[in-house]
Design a protein around this ligand. Structure first.
Ligand code: NI
Ligand code: MN
Length: 224
């Protein structure tokens, strides 16, 4: 079982199981760390953690060009439908079957709006693809039920926001990893915006999982 995991920078990923491709939070235009152009993203599936612009990013353009389906909470589904984009709704607690596997929506402590519009509850996403379980925490503060999410889904990989200010910083991110107990912890959502997000994540040193620091554009051929 294997999954190619490409970090798009900030909170964005492209997951490829050899048959399907899923983009998560594809924020490329206006992302100073991104190395991909939106036109380079080929994916029939796009999942969004919440409605903030640094996560929705290039979703509409990528979805239209690829005739892709967008997965997100109900308000994101409504917005994408209005844009003429195919979408599939969920909400925290729910799990949906998809052509590539499944997505479970989990809670995240954050906010969610897009151009002044309410975009529903922010979420984390637990994704099953290529036999690998990938937990994208979304933008969130620390919460104790991360332990429960870890127990239920046993993620191989957790992508954890550590840039501080809008999410956990590196110390709390390490606590999150110790609650989730994934096999590998990828730090995300740091350094992107100078002066806003911290670029020093040296304190992201969880006890229970090795840290896999990925550079934007890097692909990790993950074997389980
Ligand atoms: Ni956000
Ligand atoms: Mn964000």
């Amino acid at each position: 079982m294997s999954l190619n995991i490409t970090f798009l920078g900030h909170a964005g990923f492209l997951l490829d199981d050899g048959e399907h491709r899923l983009a998560i939070d594809p924020f490329l235009t206006g992302n100073p760390l991104a190395v991909h152009k939106p036109e380079q993203i080929q994916a029939k599936h796009i999942a969004l953690t919440h409605g903030h612009a640094d996560h929705v990013g290039d979703t509409v353009a990528i979805a239209k060009r690829n005739d892709a389906t967008v997965y997100g909470v109900f308000e994101i589904y409504e917005y994408m439908s209005e844009q003429g984009v195919t979408a599939s709704p969920g909400n925290p607690g729910g799990k949906i079957e998809t052509p590539f596997g499944w997505i479970a929506f989990t809670q995240a402590f954050h906010s969610s709006s897009y151009e002044g519009r309410y975009m529903g509850q922010p979420t984390g996403l637990v994704i099953g693809m290529g036999g690998v379980t990938f937990y994208h925490c979304g933008d969130t503060g620390l919460f104790g039920d991360m332990q429960l999410i870890g127990e239920i889904y046993k993620p191989d990989i957790a992508a954890i926001p550590v840039g501080d200010r809008f999410t956990m910083g590196p110390e709390l991110g390490a606590r999150a990893a110790d609650l989730i107990r994934p096999r590998h912890a990828i730090p995300i959502h740091y350094k992107t915006f100078e002066g806003m997000l911290t670029d020093d994540i040296s304190a992201f040193t969880p006890d229970s999982a090795p840290v896999k620091k990925m550079e934007p554009g890097e692909t990790w051929a993950f074997e389980k």
